[in-house]
Ligand binder design. Structure first.
Ligand code: SF4
Length: 393
């Protein structure tokens, strides 16, 4: 896939001056991060100060610049415009945990961001920014932000599904979180705003759907309606709103609120009708079973079977986790079973690798294939998440 276009807008140009909240100074950077209220902004929402306290003694800190979902662009945009701030945040985190190495993990297609990183590293003074920071390249797959997948691809260690990164001697931090570490420790700023991407049907904004609008520093607590009104974007009754990315996001409304872990507002098409018998395959990396059921219902389909991706396992806390994120274990068994149960179509939310595997067999069995992201990828002018789609527009 090629990198997507984005256009950056400062939230202050939409909402007027946004005052920052200062935090009381202190000599301990970890305490400053705690006082800022920073949580994992990549979606995890775990308090950053606690994560770093647990991570003390780890050998490596990895900046996750994967931009984990299609259509989202705000992390890459920040790397292009604020690479020094992000690398300063990475240097601060490296020192807090006492790591030997710091690595930025990024897909090669993000050429401008990589250039900005290299340029900043070439000028690094070794104090504010560690000049030894490395860059590692990730495969171009979606979704891509799972911490265990980043560790596997960068360090070569595949952790078990219930393990945390410290088991591999690593701390993984989203790039926006690193930027806000810098703001907390160097500029004493509390974390009260969030970068987001607005994409899909953005007619009215002056841009077409092939551009993602990146809004820097949206005050937490603004509603989707306030953001879209300020952009001039209108949502019609037959369109869907997803909060987050097309894979892992949840269905929202104009009254949904921008929270600290909100990555995007994507305005999608309505679901295309497919009223036959349908089977669904639930995976650990995509839409929940509940969202898949809602999509099947919106299509007018009759649900005849539910399967679980072979790689997905349920942890003790009930959450699904992938044994080997983004690497397909083979889906033929699931597809054949659903066909036997009477399915005429299947609805999936698989990673790109598994989606392609499904497409190697399902159309040959006469099954129509739908992906949970379809309505949003179509709206955003992007190819659907599967390589072989001759029977499937
Ligand atoms: S192997 Fe299955 S659970 Fe794992 S990332 Fe791919 S679709 Fe998701």
């Amino acid at each position: 896939m090629v990198a997507r276009k984005h256009h950056i807008i400062q939230a202050s140009t939409l909402f007027g001056d946004i005052p920052s909240t200062d935090i009381a100074p202190c000599d301990d950077p970890l305490e400053m991060i705690e006082r800022s209220g920073l949580v994992g902004l990549g979606g995890g929402g775990f308090p950053t100060a606690k994560k770093l306290a647990y991570g003390k003694g780890c050998d490596v800190v990895i900046a996750n610049a994967a931009e984990c979902e299609p259509l989202l662009e705000h992390n890459i945009a920040r790397l292009e415009t604020d690479s020094a701030t992000i690398l300063s945040g990475l240097t601060i985190v490296k020192r807090i945990i006492g790591a030997r190495r710091a690595i930025v993990a990024i897909k090669q297609k993000h050429v401008a961001a990589i250039q900005a990183l290299r340029h900043t590293l070439a000028d690094a003074d070794g104090v504010t920014i560690d000049s030894q920071i490395e860059i590692a390249f990730l495969k171009d797959r979606y979704p891509a932000g799972d911490e265990r997948a980043i560790i596997r691809d960068v360090l070569g260690t595949l952790l078990p599904p219930d393990a945390i990164p410290s088991a591999a001697g690593a701390v993984v931090m989203n790039v926006e979180s690193l930027m806000r570490v810098n703001r907390a420790v160097i500029h004493r700023q509390a974390c009260t705003t969030k970068d987001i991407t607005v994409a899909g049907h953005i007619e009215g904004s002056g841009f077409d759907n092939t551009t993602s609008l990146v809004i820097y520093d949206v005050p937490v607590g603004k509603t989707v309606r306030e953001v879209l009104d300020a952009l001039g974007v209108h949502v019609s009754a037959d369109q869907q709103i997803i909060i987050g990315g097309p894979y892992m996001g949840s269905l929202g409304t104009l009254d949904s609120v921008i929270g600290a872990t909100c990555g995007g507002i994507i305005i999608g098409d309505s679901e295309l009708a497919d009223s036959g018998a349908m089977g669904i395959i639930v995976c650990a990396c995509g839409a929940s079973e509940e969202r898949l059921r809602a999509i099947a219902k919106a299509k007018g389909a009759e649900l005849v079977g539910i399967r679980l991706c072979k790689n997905a396992c349920r942890l003790a806390n009930g959450r699904l986790k992938c044994r080997n994120p983004g690497i397909c274990p083979g889906q033929a068994q699931n597809v054949i079973a659903l066909k036997k149960e009477g399915a005429q179509s299947i609805l999936i939310s698989h990673c790109t690798d598994c989606s392609n595997t499904v497409m190697q067999i399902a159309p040959r069995l006469g099954l129509r294939v739908h992906h949970a992201t379809d309505a949003f990828m179509r709206a955003g002018g992007e190819p659907l998440i599967r390589a072989f789609r001759a029977t499937n527009r």
